[in-house]
Structure formats: structure tokens, C-alpha cells
Design a protein around this ligand. Structure first.
Ligand SMILES: NC(=O)c1ccc[n+]([C@@H]2O[C@H](COP(=O)([O-])OP(=O)(O)OC[C@H]3O[C@@H](n4cnc5c(N)ncnc54)[C@H](OP(=O)(O)O)[C@@H]3O)[C@@H](O)[C@H]2O)c1
Length: 275
């Protein structure tokens, strides 16, 4: 078994690589420069020259607000590149593991099971939904939500920076979801390497972005980390972002039993400040 991890320096790919190293799983990871998944020639060459058994597609257009103005770019990466990977994986007999998002749902339900109909509200959500539809039944699709981790850009990193700089922050409290630690998702993905179909993986525990920010602040204070921030104002999402996001996008994880997101948060803070 050998994994090809696409999107080498991204948030999830970095966690996948760490978990592979920890578990001694043979893998190769590529950056966009090495293999551009939007370039058919480049992807074909990889399939023809590299030995691997599984394609772990951690690439994606993930700029949710920017996607509202860059629809073509979002669809090129989130739909067309997925279609190409799915086609070549099938042709070459490789297993494809692909990731999608809670933003394929409209947020009208309290919780979403894998079989629930999708109804994305944003261009990003629509492009991810379109990518899901390109997969073959043998592929493994894992939907996740509100990712954070040791590397990459994400909410926890942004909050730490802002809490160090500003006395007051405004954070939305009208969207509910399940924050997910990329390392836990990577572990789950490694346990699903031979599975087919759709899975939901998100850490245990629901919160709002405001609740998430309050917890980050409390844990930083417990560590005596110097913060300027004393108040986190709860605000509505109208004030923020161009893209419409689901009000409640709780992914129900069915047979998977993920740990609580606060445990992942503690690991990220320990990694950031204690190493
Ligand atoms: N982040 C979240 O909160 C979240 C939530 C739900 C689902 N997801 C899904 O989880 C997956 C991983 O997300 P992430 O947050 O880890 O993403 P990320 O940190 O934004 O990383 C995406 C990676 O894709 C690479 N990439 C972009 N264009 C490429 C191309 N043409 N060819 C090859 N690689 C390319 C990027 O490389 P460069 O840096 O070189 O451009 C980057 O390393 C995505 O499918 C995403 O939709 C994420």
C-alpha cells in the first residue's frame, strides 16, 4: 500500500502526512507545483510514472467568500479536477479518497446524515457538491466541517492573532457546527482507506463560531498567554463575509466515534506554545 497525498502543504494534507509518518504508512505527497490537478497532462504523468495504491485528494478551492467572485476557479478545482482524478483512478485501478464539506447543506435541519439531500447556499458549496457528483461508487467521500489544525490557515490561528492584537472582537453566533481537528480527520481517513461511499466525520460537540472563540480565549487564559482581548461580542453573520453559510450544519457521524473538538484544540495550543 502506498498513498499519494495531493495538496502537500495544506491544512489537511499536513495532518495526513504526520499521521502516515507516525503509523509508518508509505506515502508520497505533492504540491501544486509538482502535480497540478487542474492540468490533465501533469496528473496523467503522475498516474503513469508513480507507484501508489490510493489517491488522497486534499487539494481544494477553500476560500469560501472569495469563491463568490471566482466561480470558475472554484469549479475548476472542486469539480473538474475531481472528475479527472476519479476518471484516472478508475482507469488505473486506484482507490480515491476525497473530502467535502458541511456547506453542501442548507442548514435548515438540526443534523445531517450522509443520505440527506444537498442544497448548498454558496458558490463554494455548489462547487463541492458538483465535485461529489463526479465520484464513482468505489470512491470514498468524507464530508467534514470547521477544520483546524497544527498547520495551514484556519479559525483558531486567526483568533489567536486577533486576541493578541485587539481588545474587542466580534464573532458570529448564528451559525452552529462541529469544529474538527485535522489530525482526528486524518486518522479517520486512514481507517476508511478501503471503504466506499459517503461518510461524515466531525469532532464531537456542537458550538457556534462565537462559542468556539470563547473557548479558545479561555484556554489561552488558562495558559497565561498574553492577550489584549477582553471581550468577544456575539454578532449576526450579516456583518461578515459575502458567501451565505448554513445556520446549522451539524454532520451526524453515524458509526464513527470522534473525540471532542476541545481535545484537538488543546493539542493545537500545546503545539503552538509549548514546543
Ligand atoms: N478548511 C475547512 O474548514 C474545511 C471544511 C470542510 C471541508 N474541507 C475540505 O477539506 C479538504 C482540505 O481542505 P484544507 O482546509 O486542508 O485546504 P487548504 O489548506 O486550503 O489546502 C488546499 C491545498 O490544495 C492545493 N492546491 C490548490 N490548487 C491546486 C492544484 N491545482 N493542484 C494541486 N494542488 C492544489 C493547495 O496548494 P497551494 O497552497 O500550492 O495552492 C493547498 O495545499 C478540501 O476538500 C476542503 O473542501 C475543508
Amino acid at each position: 500500500m502506498k498513498l499519494w497525498i495531493i495538496g502537500k502543504r495544506g491544512l489537511l494534507a499536513s495532518a495526513m502526512r504526520r499521521k502516515c509518518l507516525e503509523k509508518g504508512i508509505d506515502h508520497v505527497a505533492t504540491t501544486r507545483k509538482e502535480v497540478d490537478v487542474e492540468d490533465e497532462k501533469s496528473v496523467r504523468a503522475q498516474f503513469e510514472t508513480m507507484h501508489f495504491t490510493h489517491v488522497i485528494n486534499c487539494s481544494g478551492y477553500t476560500a469560501v467568500d472569495q469563491a463568490e467572485e471566482e466561480e470558475a476557479r472554484a469549479f475548476a478545482l472542486n469539480r473538474d479536477a475531481v472528475a479527472l482524478l476519479a476518471k484516472l483512478a478508475q482507469e488505473h485501478g486506484k482507490k480515491l479518497i476525497h473530502f467535502s464539506t458541511d456547506y453542501v447543506f442548507d442548514g435548515e435541519k438540526e443534523g445531517y446524515q450522509t443520505g440527506d439531500p444537498t442544497a448548498p447556499l454558496s458558490i463554494y458549496g455548489k462547487s463541492k457538491e458538483a465535485g461529489e457528483k463526479e465520484l464513482h461508487p468505489e470512491a470514498c467521500l468524507i464530508r467534514t466541517s470547521w477544520l483546524f489544525g497544527q498547520e495551514g490557515s484556519h479559525f483558531v490561528k486567526t483568533m489567536i492573532r486577533l486576541m493578541e492584537q485587539q481588545e474587542t472582537l466580534s464573532v458570529v453566533n448564528d451559525q452552529k457546527g462541529r469544529p474538527t481537528y485535522a489530525d482526528d480527520l486524518a486518522e479517520a481517513a486512514l481507517s476508511l482507506l478501503d471503504a466506499s461511499g459517503t461518510f461524515h466525520f466531525a469532532n464531537e460537540g456542537e458550538t457556534t463560531w462565537h462559542g468556539f472563540a470563547e473557548t479558545i480565549k479561555r484556554k489561552l487564559e488558562e495558559k497565561n498567554h498574553p492577550l489584549r482581548c477582553h471581550t468577544i461580542e456575539p454578532v449576526t453573520s450579516e456583518k461578515f463575509g459575502k458567501a451565505k453559510r448554513p445556520a446549522s450544519s451539524i454532520l451526524l457521524t453515524e458509526n464513527l466515534q470522534p473525540p471532542h473538538w476541545e481535545k484537538g484544540l488543546e493539542e493545537v495550543l500545546a503545539h503552538a506554545f509549548e514546543s
